[in-house]
Design a protein around this ligand. Structure first.
Ligand SMILES: *Cc1c(COP(=O)(O)O)cnc(C)c1O
Length: 494
């Protein structure tokens, strides 16, 4: 399997090279040259998570020796996950929740970031790279912690995380600022997630800076969902969720299901699209947004328009106006037309919007939830089913309700549950009537645990007494300077 840039399909590279580079030099994202099919999917229903991961990833990461790939998978999906199924599927009312948050940092980002460091290490070996790898990451809260956790103390790799100082939850912030590991660096920037993401992308595309780092024996890579090494592992749980339904007799073989995904950077839902293209019987891909509803408008009209203010919501990991992975979707739905993609991406930079023919988006349904909708959904599902959702998952649930009302479609449906409710205690607790006035975050979480009768996850209770290790802040213009400082490489302008 070879990989090409969405903006130039003439230079194919291997999967290990694509993982190391993270993003293409032309600004495009790497995509597989074709999306492989899986035949006779129902026959896989007895496979456990690791076995399934191996079957799927071996179709994409073809320049990894099979035994090496197997090791990567075994090292990733082990007892770091608190549930033996890795991703449990729960029936709640008339829907199924696929819980993707039982990894070490309690958000779905662990699904890919527990394996990416292993893949990257092997990719460095395969390509005999004699450079130290610097992972540059912009985070809306969850990627940062999951990446720090995955890469902490991995030899030959340093990781630098930029997060929006005022755009993450208190728990997310504390999780990052207390990260141990001498190779980890964490920086709060005075902007929003799009600023952080644009800053990081700009640094990747700054050829002078890249050459300067190269002279100093460093090579940049990315842990964001622009890295294909993150996208591919996320395909696995859609198959696993489907096959769990089949194994448990909840669906017939080949029966179609809907998938609802709370979406920010369009990474998680793009993995579901890949699963569909690989042959998984999916009816609708339901794209759920919060009040930053740029994707809702796009799916309804074909117009992607970022010219609006970013709103800080209670689902901060979706507070994004420039959904990077949409570029990959444009590539696939245009039949691999890299000139079309490049033109659209140039228009987005130049004019702030672009338009495509919306008939290409028929696989998708898009809608969004307001803050009020998030609260009422959390409250309703807790009252009716004694099930507690985090705000991101509540966005998905709220949008699913709208979908059902609009379409009367009663196809069986999986909602992906992307974070533990304890990561976003304030919003969740206040939604179910807990008085949060004059309580600090940990008091609120304790009250939430009492009311819901769920134990506080260790990764959060441990956090309370952890010491803050990182206290770097910077303006969004100064990201490069801070990287130079961390890497002790002097100043590029000297
Ligand atoms: C990152 C994240 C999302 C959004 O995922 P994308 O891949 O960016 O669409 C949703 N929920 C949670 C909890 C997240 O951390």
């Amino acid at each position: 399997m070879e990989y090409i840039s969405t903006r130039n399909k003439t230079i194919p590279i291997s999967s290990s090279e694509a993982i190391i580079q993270g993003i293409s030099k032309d600004g495009g994202l790497f995509v597989p040259i074709n999306i492989p099919k899986i035949e006779n999917i129902g026959a896989l229903k007895e496979a456990d998570y690791k076995e399934l991961a191996f079957i799927i990833m071996s179709k994409f990461f073809t320049d990894f020796e099979l035994s090496i790939l197997k090791n990567c998978i075994n090292n990733a999906y082990d007892n770091k996950f608190s549930e033996k199924e890795i991703v449990p599927l729960l029936k709640v009312g008339d829907v199924f929740f696929l819980e993707l948050f039982h990894g070490p940092t309690l958000a779905f980002k662990d699904m890919a970031l527990s394996i990416l460091p292993h893949l990257l290490k092997e990719a460095i070996n395969i390509n005999k790279i004699d450079r130290e790898v610097v992972i540059l990451t912009a985070t809306s809260g969850d990627t940062g912690k999951a990446a720090l956790e995955g890469f902490a103390n991995v030899g030959g790799i340093k990781i630098i995380v930029f997060f929006p100082e005022d755009g993450v939850s208190k728990i997310q912030k504390k999780q990052m600022l207390t990260q141990e590991g001498s190779n980890t660096f964490v920086v709060g920037i005075d902007g929003n997630f799009d600023d952080a993401q644009n800053g990081v992308k700009g640094i990747f595309n700054d050829q002078n800076f890249v050459r300067f780092l190269d002279k100093n024996k460093y090579i940049l890579s990315s842990a964001n969902s622009i890295n294909i090494g993150r996208l591919i592992p996320q395909i696995v749980y859609y198959f696993y969720g489907y096959l769990t339904l089949l194994r448990e007799g909840k669906i017939e073989d080949n029966e179609k299901i809907n998938i609802v995904v709370p979406t920010g950077n369009f990474g998680n839902i793009l993995a579901a699209y890949y699963a569909k293209e690989m042959g998984l019987p999916i009816n609708k891909l339901i794209c759920a947004s919060n009040e930053n509803n740029v994707l809702t408008d796009f799916i309804k009209t074909g117009i992607y328009d970022k010219r609006r203010e970013l709103i800080l919501t209670s689902s901060p990991s979706m507070d994004i106006l420039i959904s990077s992975n949409l570029e990959r979707l444009l590539f696939h739905i245009s039949g691999g037309d890299s000139i079309f993609v490049k033109n659209k991406m140039d228009e987005l930079v130049k004019d702030g919007y672009y338009k495509i023919d919306k008939s290409n988006l028929k696989d998708f349904y898009g809608s969004y939830s307001t803050e009020e909708g998030i609260s009422s959904s959390i409250n309703k599902v807790f009252a009716e089913n004694n099930y507690i959702m985090d705000p991101h998952t509540a966005v998905a649930y709220n949008v699913y309700e709208k979908y059902k009302e609009e379409t009367c479609d009663n196809t069986k449906t999986i909602i992906v549950s992307t974070a533990s409710p304890f990561k976003f205690g304030t919003k969740v607790a206040s939604s179910i009537g807990i008085d949060i006035k004059n309580k600090d975050e940990f008091n609120i979480i304790e009250a939430l645990a009492t009311k819901t009768d769920i134990e506080i996850p260790k990764a959060i209770s441990n956090l309370k007494d952890k010491e803050v290790i990182h206290n770097n802040k910077c303006n969004k213009e100064d990201m490069k300077g801070l990287i130079e400082k961390f890497l002790e490489v002097g100043d590029i302008d000297d």
